[in-house]
Write a protein that binds this ligand. Sequence first.
Ligand SMILES: [Zn+2]
Length: 134
Amino acid sequence: MKLDKTMLWATFALKCPRCRQGYLFKNRNPYALKELSSMNKTCSNCKMLLDPEPSFYYGSMYVSYGLTVGFSILTFLIWYFFFDVDVMYYLIFNAIFLLALVPYTFQLARAVWITILVKYNPASIEPNPLKKKD
Ligand SMILES: [Zn+2]
């Protein structure tokens, strides 16, 4: 399997979970802050609706919290095992690190949320990925 077709790669690259080719956000740079939350209406490749229902991305707040805690635990473990420095320096470093990651974490949380709810199916042409089959 090619790397660019894996779910993990597509999620971190902020791509459509159904085809793993189209981009979720209008601007590919998360640090273009004016367009931070500007998402494409549909995937440019498979035409899937990227905002299939009102308030669809509310759940991504929980994902964002989990990502932030995960990043903090990871940096704490690196700090604990590789540096012999006071924990106060870790807390300052971690606060700066998390602030610097806010734009990417925001977009990654949305990408993780839609990836949880939409299965990989590049052959599908159904615009709404949450539509129930009759
Ligand atoms: Zn797509």
